[in-house]
Design a protein around this ligand. Sequence first.
Ligand SMILES: *Cc1c(COP(=O)(O)O)cnc(C)c1O
Length: 402
Amino acid sequence: MTETTLPEPVEGPATWRSDFRTAMMGSSPAPLTLLERGEGCYVWDVDGKKYLDFLAGIAVNSLGHAHPVLVDAVSRQVANIAHVSNYFATAPQIELAQRLSRISGAGERGRVYFGNSGAEAIEAAIKLARRNGQHKTILALTNSFHGRTMGAVSLTGKPALREPFDPAVTGIDHIDSTIEALEHAMGDHVSALVVEPIKGEAGVIDLPEGYLKRARELTEKHGALLILDEIQTGAGRTGSWFAFQQHGIVPDAIAVAKGIGGGVPIGALVTFGWASELFTVGQHGSTFGGNPLATAAANAVLGEIENAGLVENAARRGDELRAAITAIGSPLVGELRGAGLLIGVGLTEPVAARVSAKALELGLIINAPNDTSIRLAPPLIVGDAEIAQFISLFTQALEASA
Ligand SMILES: *Cc1c(COP(=O)(O)O)cnc(C)c1O
């Protein structure tokens, strides 16, 4: 037997960066800092530095950090029963399925599959599409993002993320995000169109005006499913429970994850109407999917969003933020995109990385999904004080980057 030398344990500020590098898979980018705890809209790093969190784990921490309602629900559930196999049902699981069908408008014909992540919700969506024509084509958009598993990355319209892992899942075509491209590509050979109502990872990019309406007409005409990836836009973030609800259409399925669990991993596919009949017993499943711990957490998060009026707060605070960002009057700020509390700030110069690095230095967490976009996705609980502080710090970050 040869002696194995174990690496030194993580010791905090001095060694965590190198410990991360030697312990974590090479696919992990270098972290910005080591976060230790959070409360409300704030997080603290290992040096005790406090940050205003306007990213919320990329639209995940809907209630902010350590919200008592979530802490209580998870604590009580884990002390009661945390997991059962799929041979059994639990009350939180059924309650969450009913809740998702209710708030999405899927209603009585709504059916819900639970997984543990966005990518798993998308995998379920791909399998649903196959059940609507196994040898038909799934349409997705260029520059879209749907996750990192093989199916999800095959659907993702960013070749750089997929190509190192080719061959991709076949039967998927990517089209430009224009109504003309959609009209050109749609036909009876299409099983499903999968789109994000707002492209988050692309830099919070809105679909063209009228896109979802036209997509609904064309998918209906050709018997194709309209599947919306609401993983980033869902759970009240855009000022409605789901972004599609602002477009006067009803989809056949929505993929949700991120903000639903408020930090506890969960993903789900919600089907509407006839799409609910496509899967038969045993065709899909997940060990952890829908377990009582994750579903109790999501019930608590969605319940609090409803009770505290946080969908309305997202709409109102989103408007306030947009107005305040415009009022900064920075020549670096161009168009404002997105809806509610999912905001894309288009920059007039390719300095997004500099702006977000400067913000971090000042104690503000924002994100630069590309050179000319800043993404904001604060917790849905933001109020006057956080918005005022954000504007002050963001103004300084912009000034330092001009
Ligand atoms: C984050 C995200 C995914 C992937 O979710 P994971 O939980 O990381 O697997 C898919 N689609 C969209 C729109 C996302 O924002």
